[in-house]
Structures are given as structure tokens and as C-alpha cells.
Design a protein around this ligand. Sequence first.
Ligand SMILES: Cc1ncc(COP(=O)(O)O)c(C=O)c1O
Length: 380
Amino acid sequence: MTAHTDPTRHHVHHRDPSGIAPEHVRRITPYLPGKPIAELAREFGLDERTIVKLASNENPRGPSPAVRAAIAAATEELCRYPDGNGFELKSALAARYAVGAERIVLGNGSNDILELVTQAFLQPGDHAVYSRHAFAVYPLATQARGGIGIEVAALDLGHDLPSMRRAITATTRIVFVANPNNPTGTWLPPAALEAFIASVPEDTLVVLDEAYNEYLAPERHAPSAAWVSRYPNLVVSRTFSKAYGLAALRIGYGIMHPKVADMLNRVRQPFNVNALAQAAALAALADTAYVEESRALNDAGMRELEAGLQALGVERVPSHANFLLVHVGDAGRVYQRLLQQGVIVRPVANYALPEHLRVTIGLPEENRRFLAALKVALAG
Ligand SMILES: Cc1ncc(COP(=O)(O)O)c(C=O)c1O
């Protein structure tokens, strides 16, 4: 019977079955990824090796040598299914963050954790609250389940926690908080964040997305793993895609109440995280020096970019992550002029920021290429 209750489903064209998808799916605006290097090379007839991609907040160093070795060793067992329970990696994460392994869920990227939370907890018509200019997957995951996204106005481009708290009602099942946030690089201090979490009703999950956590100065780290024991409705998500340099392998994890983990495990694919990713993440977690070096390189690159932007008279939003939101005016035009010079950054008009571009901190040489190309792009 329910299939006949959606009035928008009646006029299905013979040759286009997309009309039989629910309206909330048809209304989704697809995610816009950063332009791949190979695509720009094809479109502009450029040599891939000369292209600089600062568009997806990846670690420009890639994974450490120890991680590359672990991946190579894991290729010996490619005929086997991965450990669907991720025993070794979950044990290592549990030891690192001093939580029980039953509190950890592995994801195909932390994106998977965000999807799994909505899949397990959001019913059509339920509300999910998030900030304007927050990570694009929150509205996407919400809409995919027929949920209603409640976008809260930002404060200085960052999350306005008091306003977000006021937006939470009896129909709110999830509130998403990105710290630091992408694409703005804004950061919430632990005290304000914990006060917010403590104020959220227990029947609303707080998803604290810490994808860029490893780029924060150590004194800025929130004790979020410990908070999970205190706040049963808190889900912390983390990733190996950023500072650990493993974006291509797709692996992230969530830390949460064991009963919440149980719900996510019911809806996830049995083998959602591949074997190479698990082996790589295990080695990456142990290689703490490499992450430290990556953070130091990011800090130095951030200072270099900020100085270069200042010299060009270009404003940026102070950032706590591995990217900078840069104010360039006609961002579409500047983006194209950067592409012509083989430099890929990220337009953020889809984040209601039509005058900004987001640039990832690269290797020193890449940062210089970007600054030189930006100078040319702004001059024309
Ligand atoms: C804030 C934030 N959360 C989550 C993700 C998802 O990353 P991944 O699925 O690679 O872990 C990203 C990626 O850009 C992000 O910026």
C-alpha cells in the first residue's frame, strides 16, 4: 500500500525508470568531488606529472614507508575475504583510545560511519541538525533516508552551538558537528563542545566528526573518546584518509556506546572495510612519528601559504585543519584560471560560499606553485 501513497510516483516514463525512486532520493544534489588529476590532464591536454592537486584535503606525503610495506604484504592474501569484524585494528584502536573494542565500528572511510548512523537511526521525516557551511555529507546522508535536514545559520563561518541546540526538537534524531569543520577550517574549543553535548537530549545522537583531528595542535585535542563513556548518545568519527595519507583505501572508524555500535553493525555490509585498508590502518596507527611529521609539515605549509596570501592581499579564514578557505571574489573564474595553469583547488559555491576557494596545504613546492598561479589568476 505504501508504494501508492507517494503522488509524485505516478507518471513514470517507460524508458526512464528513475521516476520510481522516492522523491527524497530524486531531490538529492549529488556530491561534487575534487577534480581528479587525470581528468584535468585529459581536458586541458596537460602532462599529469605537472599538475598540482590541492583539492581534497589529502596528505601530500601519502602513507609512510612502513604502511606501504604492510599493504604490499597484505596483497598475498587477496583471495580471502577481509576480517569482517576487523579484530586486530579494533583492538589497536581500543588500546590507543582506552575504550572497549565493542565501542568501535570500522567504516569504508569515515563517510561510511556517517551513512551508517543515518541508516540505523533516521526514519523518513526525522530531523537531522547541522550547521551551514558544514561537511556536505550530512545533508546527503540525511536526504538519502528521507530525513529532513535542519541547517542552522553559522557564526563567523563556524558552528553556532547555542543556535544548534535551539534547533533540536523532539523530532531530531541526529545532530552533526564537524570539528574542525570542512570547508571552513573552524574549530570549537573542548569546553564549549562538551557543554553542548551535555545539553543535547539523550534521544538525539551527537555525531562528532573529527576527520581532521590529527592536524590539531595537541593542546587543542578534545578528550572525545573519553566523552563517549560519559555521553551514551555521542558518536565520534575519525578517518585514516587525512593525516594518515590513506584516502584511496577508504577506512575510518567510529567510537560510540556498544548498543549504538550494535545497531550500526546490523546495517553495515558484512565486509565493508577491505583487507588492504585494515592492514594499512594498523601499521599507520603504530607509526606515530609519521603523523607527527605530517602535522609539522602542514603547520609550516600553512604559515607559508598564509604569508603568500597576505603578500597578494588575499584574505583567508584562520584554519585548524590541512586546508585554507581563501576569499577570491569571483571564485568560479579564479578556479578556471588556476585549472588552466595545472592547479586544482576546490570551489565551494555548493557550500554557499561562492566567493571562496578551498586550498589544501601541499608540499612546499606545491604551495609555491599555487601561490604563483593564484597571482596570475587574480591579475587577469
Ligand atoms: C569533515 C569531514 N568528515 C568526513 C570526511 C570523510 O572522509 P573519509 O570518508 O575519507 O574518511 C571528510 C572528507 O573530506 C570531511 O572533510
